[in-house]
Structures are given as structure tokens and as C-alpha cells.
Design a binder for this molecule. Structure first.
Ligand SMILES: C[S@@+](CC[C@H](N)C(=O)[O-])C[C@H]1O[C@@H](n2cnc3c(N)ncnc32)[C@H](O)[C@@H]1O
Length: 417
């Protein structure tokens, strides 16, 4: 090995260890623990082998690296390391370890597949599938060069069976899905696990779901963002303009009158505050699904507000998170979860509303926030059942009807699941 190659390998190891240390610290701040096997794999696999053309420093940033675009849309990337670590952690926890497991990864790039290869060991197997031949060609070449030549790479639309007749202990999806095609459940072993970034109410979470006959039952969830699934299972999000740089995301086949929405923000803003001091580590992503479920059960139309930086800076809107804030439309009145307010010691939760019934709408949203805190900040859980399942066989919860499945969202405090 030349001096240059040796020093690059040393620098790579240094950067990789620093990245893993950062991810472990992030996990701890979220109350998560990275499984030891995942840590070992992440300290071993050289991410730069799957990011040709970018510097070593960039390869070890804790962000996704875009590899394909179609117009303005990102269609492929090497996923962000912290997200990969969280999803591998979900899979490891749900299955009690990955050694000896058969795994199908949906959405290729090579990096995650090689981590999986390390985790399953010699007695397990990894297949990775991508719909885009440019991605599979690149992933296969990178895997080969990095010495992971025992990963099977397939080019196909994973909405359909990938290796017909095969069953997997783990199916891990690395693109954002709107629904779960039957084959993902059918190709799992009896108590196999599906880890999937799944969109419900316009918000995506990585769910670890364990198969139980014809159902899938959630084991854990994490907040995440991914490029969307393409192919036969693709389901586009639609947006309606509220003002310059402010949009509403429509999901679940919603219909909204753009004329109504375009006229809400000129109404004076009303606000309501919960008057609470948020406990540290409160998972507000769980509150957002609680609001979706509860507002949907009332007459309101639940929507997701997105805003560009300039719109927030100009003060037209002050959402809790500009990439996706829970919002509701009731007639001509529009409400949303506001940015947190510093109460002098800790943060408070609030809602802003515009329109003829603004004060009542902001108050209603804040009541739901208080109810969530009073219930001990319950976490969401999912059951996914086939479309033909009658209402009487569903657990009590909020039901979302998708194309292939009925999804029931319930809430549990720790220990009550
Ligand atoms: C975020 S990238 C995958 C990242 C990769 N797992 C890694 O190791 O970093 C998502 C990939 O999903 C692929 N994809 C989207 N829809 C698909 C489908 N229906 N079937 C198979 N692959 C799909 C895209 O082409 C894209 O390359």
C-alpha cells in the first residue's frame, strides 16, 4: 500500500468513527440506543465506496447524497447515515438480531446493502432491488469494488414479487411508500418484519411492522423523510397554494377548493396557547399524528402546511416545522400548529388560526394538544390489514383506507401497548 493510500484509509477511518460517534450521541439525545452489531457494521463499511465523485469529507457528512434527479425531483440518493442507523436499529430490535437472516432491501445504493451484509453474516443473505437500471448498475459496481460481491442486485419494480417464491425475514424499504402492496407481507416469513417509511395523513414515519398472519403490527416508529416510491405503487403528493411560498399538502385523495384556501391568510390571526412547559425529550412528531387522528375524527379536513424560508421570515406564517406542520380547514377557517413559544423556562405549545371562526379553531387545536400531554404523550401504533377486512374486525382507532390495505392508527403510553 502506498503512503497516499494508507493515509487516505486512515483519514477515512477517522472520519467514519467521528460520524458514528455523532450518530450515537444523536441517538442518546432521542432516548435511543444503537445496537452493538449496527455500530460495528457502521464503523467498518467505507461509505465513500458508494459515493464516487464526492470528497472523503462529504462522504462522511451525516446527510443524504443525491445521486439521481429527474427535473427538480430527487429520485435516488445514498441515504443519510443517521437514518440508515435508526432503521437498521428498528430491524435489529424487532427481530432480536439480524445474524443468519434473509433480507430484501427495496431501493438500492450499495451502502445500506453492505451494512446489511455485515449484519446478516455468512449464513444470511441480502438481495437489493431498484426500479432504475442506472442505480442497480452503479450499486452493483460499487458493491463489487468494495468486496461485497455476495449481494444479489435486481432491477425491478418492487411493487411486484422480486424473487418469486422466496421469503425474507426482513424487508427493508428505503423509498417513501404510501401503501403496502400485498407481496411485501406475503414474502415475509411467518413472523418476519417489514421496515418501511410509510406516509399516513401526509406525514412519513419509518415503521417496523411484524407480520401476524394477514396483518402487520407495529413494533416501533421513527421520524424520517425519503424520496418517493416510483412505479405501479407510486402515489404523488399534491399541493395547493395558500400564499406565495406557503402550500398545503393533500394526501389520501383529499379534495380542497383552491379558492377557499387562497383567501384564508388575509383574515387576522388568532392564537391560543396550551399554557404548558414541555417536558424534555417530548416527541412532537407523535403529537402531530395525534392531531391528524383527532382532527380527522371531527368535521375538519386535516392537511399538512409547508412553507418556504422566505415566507416564514416575512411572518406570513409561523409553523411548528416548515417542512410539514399539522393544519386543519373547517369551512373557511384555517388553523395550524404554531412554532413553539419560549415561556421563560421551557417551551409552550400553541395554534394559530385565520378565518371567521379563528378563535374557536385555534382553541380546539390546543385542546387536542393538552389532551395529548394529559394522556402522558402517547405514541402512535399501527395495524395494517387487507382491504377486504370488515369494520367489525378492526381495532378501535382512526382508519385510513389505502389501495391495498386498511391502516388503523391507535395511541399508547409506554407499557400500555
Ligand atoms: C433513497 S434511495 C435508496 C438508498 C439506498 N438504500 C442506500 O443504500 O443509500 C431510494 C431508491 O428507491 C428506488 N425506488 C423507487 N421506487 C421503487 C420501486 N417501485 N421499486 C424499486 N425501487 C424503487 C429509487 O430508484 C431510488 O434509487
Amino acid at each position: 500500500m502506498s503512503v497516499g493510500t494508507a493515509s487516505r484509509a486512515g483519514r477515512s477511518e477517522e472520519l467514519r468513527n467521528a460520524l458514528v460517534d455523532t450518530i450515537i450521541a444523536d441517538h442518546a439525545a432521542k432516548g435511543l440506543t444503537m445496537p452493538a452489531d449496527v455500530e460495528r457494521a457502521m464503523r467498518k463499511v467505507p461509505r465513500e465506496a458508494f459515493t464516487p465523485g464526492v470528497s472523503l469529507e462529504k462522504a462522511y457528512e451525516n446527510t443524504a447524497i443525491i445521486t439521481n434527479r429527474r427535473g427538480a425531483e430527487t429520485t435516488s440518493s445514498v441515504s443519510a447515515p443517521y437514518l440508515i442507523a435508526e432503521m437498521l436499529g428498528q430491524a435489529t430490535d424487532a427481530l432480536g438480531g439480524l445474524a443468519g437472516r434473509d433480507v430484501l432491501e427495496i431501493g438500492s445504493g450499495g451502502y445500506n446493502a453492505s451494512l446489511l451484509r455485515e449484519l446478516v453474516g455468512a449464513s444470511g443473505s441480502v438481495t437489493t432491488v431498484d426500479i432504475d437500471p442506472a442505480v442497480t448498475d452503479r450499486a452493483a459496481a460499487c458493491l463489487e469494488r468494495a468486496g461485497y460481491n455476495d449481494v444479489t442486485v435486481v432491477c425491478a419494480d418492487a411493487e411486484h414479487p422480486v424473487e418469486p417464491g422466496r421469503r425474507y425475514d426482513l424487508l427493508i424499504v428505503t423509498a417513501g411508500a404510501w401503501d403496502i402492496p400485498p407481496v411485501w407481507r406475503e414474502q415475509l416469513t411467518g413472523d418476519g418484519v417489514l421496515v418501511v417509511p410509510l406516509r399516513t395523513f401526509g406525514m412519513t414515519r419509518s415503521w417496523a411492522l411484524r407480520r401476524s398472519q394477514d396483518r402487520l403490527i407495529s413494533h416501533s416508529h421513527r421520524q424520517c423523510g425519503f424520496v418517493s416510491m416510483q412505479g405501479d405503487g407510486g402515489h404523488r403528493m399534491r399541493y395547493v397554494d395558500v400564499a406565495d411560498g406557503v402550500h398545503l399538502r393533500l394526501d389520501e385523495n383529499q379534495q380542497i377548493d383552491p379558492g377557499v384556501v387562497a383567501n384564508v391568510l388575509p383574515h387576522p390571526r388568532q392564537e391560543a396557547w396550551a399554557g404548558v412547559s414541555l417536558p424534555p425529550r417530548t416527541v412532537l412528531a407523535d403529537l402531530d399524528l395525534w392531531l391528524a387522528a383527532h382532527l380527522t375524527r371531527e368535521a375538519d379536513e386535516f392537511l399538512v402546511l409547508t412553507a418556504q424560508e422566505k415566507a416564514v421570515e416575512s411572518g406570513i406564517v409561523a409553523p411548528s416545522w416548515r417542512f410539514g406542520t399539522p393544519a386543519a380547514l373547517d369551512g373557511g377557517t384555517f388553523s395550524y400548529r404554531s412554532a413553539l413559544r419560549w415561556s421563560g423556562r421551557l417551551f409552550d405549545l400553541g395554534a394559530y388560526a385565520h378565518g371567521p371562526e379563528a378563535a374557536a379553531a385555534a382553541g380546539r387545536m390546543v385542546e387536542h394538544m393538552r389532551a395529548w400531554l394529559d394522556a402522558d404523550s402517547p405514541s402512535p401504533a399501527l395495524q395494517v390489514v387487507p382491504t377486504r377486512t370488515p369494520d367489525g374486525d378492526l381495532p378501535d382507532g382512526t382508519v385510513l383506507d389505502k389501495r391495498h390495505t386498511r391502516i388503523v392508527l391507535t395511541f399508547h403510553t409506554s407499557g400500555s401497548r
